[in-house]
Design a protein around this ligand. Sequence first.
Ligand code: ZN
Length: 174
Amino acid sequence: MTEHFTWGVVLSKNSIGEADSEYSIFTWDLGKVRARATSSRKITSKLAGHLEPGTFASVRLVRKSIEGRFRIIEALRESKIESLPLIKVFDFADKLIPLEEPDLKMFSFFKKAVFSGVISEAKAYSSILKMSGFDPDTARCGICGSRKIAYFSPQDIMFLCLPCLERRNNLKKE
Ligand SMILES: [Zn+2]
């Protein structure tokens, strides 16, 4: 079993079963990790307040083996974003960022966003896309090639223009 003490920004939170939660945390040294708070209902609820999405926290993680799952033992909140649109941007970033690839530039971006809290939603989206290697300024629609991109789909890993986005959403509904 290895223990790991680090700092990170909580990108998203998912419920696992009745009482447990899995957190996606972008740490400065491990990159993005998924870690569960599972030991007991009491500990899970105590940790929850320190691990809401948009929080910068120090965390103590343990892992049974190299490939094993991280478990959160301790978390201490240092600061938290209150802007809901920015928390949505963090959730978007979570879909885009690969697991366990450290990126100090990305880390300082998230940290700054949490502590300053003044970055605009549009600026945040564009910075995250650029740091992930998708530059909105030179991008084209992944379907028709138009430069008038309106949307980035993290699932398809491509930009879409508005007409293509609408066409695709209609297809999904049918
Ligand atoms: Zn298009």
